[in-house]
Design a protein around this ligand. Sequence first.
Ligand SMILES: C[S@@+](CC[C@H](N)C(=O)[O-])C[C@H]1O[C@@H](n2cnc3c(N)ncnc32)[C@H](O)[C@@H]1O
Length: 257
Amino acid sequence: MARDRRDTYYWRAKDEGFRSRAAYKLFQINEKHNIIKPGDTIVDLGAAPGGWLEVAKKLSDGRIVGVDLQRISPIEGVETIKGDITSDRTIEKILEMVGEAGADVVICDAAPNLSGNWSLDHARSIDLTTSALECAKKILKPGGNFVVKVFQGDMFKDFLDEVRNNFTFTRSYSPKASRSQSAEIYVIGKKFLTSPVRRGNEFEVEIKELGSSGDGAVLIDNFVVFVKGVELGDRVRIKIQDVKPNFAFAEVIGNLE
Ligand SMILES: C[S@@+](CC[C@H](N)C(=O)[O-])C[C@H]1O[C@@H](n2cnc3c(N)ncnc32)[C@H](O)[C@@H]1O
């Protein structure tokens, strides 16, 4: 193919020695959203040929693990696993490598084999990204960050809500290095939540304490939930509205008795 028929990022990757033009997508995602910091343990799901691994290695001097169905040719300071990210055995192998403490960051640029049929490809992509999210939930440290590629379509919003339920901040982002005609978008989840409550959960509680702002404060599995518009002694049904790393907010949806 003539040089001018390939795009800028293809040639930049060649000139700057990265294995793939995708490398620039991770640089741009990180520039905009500060996902990776020096020293982070990073797990890259669907990592071959290894452009993101090279970028991860540049951004962090911590442990870097790449996983792919394909063999990834060696990169200094990077460990690799040949395996399927949808299988429990692969997740166990990742956990053996990153240890009990878990990973600070999970990134996933995995793509299913594309058929050219838009809705089939979208469904396959959502399947794969859902597996990546499940894997991230098992290997991330509390407060860790997650980036995943999704092909857009009608199930995208539900997937975004699923990410939103597990992270303090959730955004979607299209880096400049994505091809303009591409349906891909990256979902970014920051600060992995390990709290026992999730947005939309409902509980029956008795208000036995008030916080300093005057809101009711109840403990659910030792996690503080603030409830607006209640008084001491009220017995109410509440619905969780927002979850932060160390506490949550809930609204009253009914009185008990
Ligand atoms: C677009 S490439 C990743 C490019 C990489 N980020 C880079 O910068 O070099 C997508 C990769 O996802 C991998 N993949 C797809 N499904 C997978 C699965 N179930 N388990 C592991 N890897 C998978 C493919 O083998 C492929 O290598």
